[in-house]
Ligand binder design. Sequence first.
Ligand SMILES: Cc1cc2nc3c(=O)[nH]c(=O)nc-3n(C[C@H](O)[C@H](O)[C@H](O)COP(=O)(O)OP(=O)(O)OC[C@H]3O[C@@H](n4cnc5c(N)ncnc54)[C@H](O)[C@@H]3O)c2cc1C
Ligand SMILES: NC(=O)c1ccc[n+]([C@@H]2O[C@H](COP(=O)([O-])OP(=O)(O)OC[C@H]3O[C@@H](n4cnc5c(N)ncnc54)[C@H](OP(=O)(O)O)[C@@H]3O)[C@@H](O)[C@H]2O)c1
Length: 389
Amino acid sequence: MSESVVASTYTKENPFPAKITENRLLNKPGSSKETRHFVVSLAGSDLHYKAGDSLGVYPTNREADVNAIIARLGATGDEFVSPAMLKLAEPITLREALTSRLSLSGPTAKLVQLLAAKAADAAEQAKLNGLLAPESKEVLMTFLAEREYADLLNEFPSAAITAQELVDLMRKLMPRLYSIASSSKLHPQDIHLTVAIVRYQTNGIERAGVCSTFMADRVQVGNTPVPVFVSNSHFGPPEDGSKDCIMVGPGTGIAPFRAFVQDRVASGATGRNWVFFGDQKKNTDYLYEEEWEDYVAKGQVHRLDLAWSRDQAEKVYVQDKMRANAAELWAWISGGGYFFVCGDAKRMAKDVDAALHEVIAEQGKMSPEDAAAYVKQLKKDKRYQRDVY
Ligand SMILES: Cc1cc2nc3c(=O)[nH]c(=O)nc-3n(C[C@H](O)[C@H](O)[C@H](O)COP(=O)(O)OP(=O)(O)OC[C@H]3O[C@@H](n4cnc5c(N)ncnc54)[C@H](O)[C@@H]3O)c2cc1C
Ligand SMILES: NC(=O)c1ccc[n+]([C@@H]2O[C@H](COP(=O)([O-])OP(=O)(O)OC[C@H]3O[C@@H](n4cnc5c(N)ncnc54)[C@H](OP(=O)(O)O)[C@@H]3O)[C@@H](O)[C@H]2O)c1
């Protein structure tokens, strides 16, 4: 039985109030990215984890965003509410609901309908009705995608709505998952995370990803309790340490592979490690550079291929490095190696999958159909695993 299967008192339903003991920017000055290394202390808990697991984090919303909604409702925050989505036995205060229980982003057409029903101002009502017209479906979708609850409430100030009416429309604030970037063999009391901090603009307003900025900006190191749980995963290095591992993890996708390599080095695994990493620029975005260079120097990472997408006119991605090393990649795979991918699901993981099929077809001299069957078998044998988001 693996160590992470041992039941803990702390679960998703009963998260452990952990402390973050380190919050360090991994990118160097001049980078357009903000990727942070966090250390989450498990001290005082009975939580265990293994390489490949994720950490669930319950964030809270920004106080300013909560206050903006409370002010717009003409409330104090002390009013009791019972949001429909939460199915609570007892009501909670409006402030608690908006701070830690409900998502302040992602308003739906239901809010537009409520505002339309309540707007006292004719111009506001006309605009709302226009958005709700059957022919405006796409316009409405774009309108909503660029707004949070507070924006909508403030754009239509003549609609008097109650706290209970509002919270009944809101969705639960969900915990976020993060791939664990450390091995418990090295760090039994700590979990390391590699987090891209989400900041962007819509409708001329600065937005902040709830959980990534909670950890980056609002949690006081060593002080603020952060509710966490370990989410066990089937994703993980092979139990047989003699197997070779190929790990493809651009951007924050590198997180679990830092854990895999730490784990395999600590357990004296004899199989080889091949890491593909990539990000925008080598000088500013080479996450954990010293560690990778050290592993290579010690012969613990046998191959390291780096793809810098913005260091030259043409984009270079991890899948380009796979294609450039097709013969050796095929030798590792056909020799029984494991192939792992982590990171962006929408674009990267699809393109890496396509490159894997191509390498197998070309190097294994197979038809596209046979290559697809080969990949299918790899998945069945757990030799092709993905952790993508
Ligand atoms: C299994 C798993 C493992 C993961 N591991 C990691 C990890 O190791 N590291 C990591 O950083 N993340 C990881 N994630 C992602 C992580 O869970 C969160 O989704 C991420 O941190 C964003 O959460 P947030 O609360 O900060 O942002 P949210 O408040 O959830 O905001 C994100 C949303 O903002 C919108 N958005 C973002 N950028 C823009 C833009 N430029 N323009 C318009 N809209 C935009 C999108 O709708 C997006 O869905 C993982 C996810 C899963 C499922
Ligand atoms: N909006 C989106 O569609 C999108 C996509 C991915 C990630 N994200 C978000 O961006 C944040 C940061 O993510 P991250 O730090 O993990 O890095 P990332 O944005 O995934 O980027 C890491 C590296 O992957 C490259 N890349 C882009 N498209 C690729 C593809 N099709 N195949 C292979 N590599 C590709 C990037 O290059 P370039 O950026 O130079 O092209 C960069 O060099 C996360 O919050 C993530 O959710 C958004």
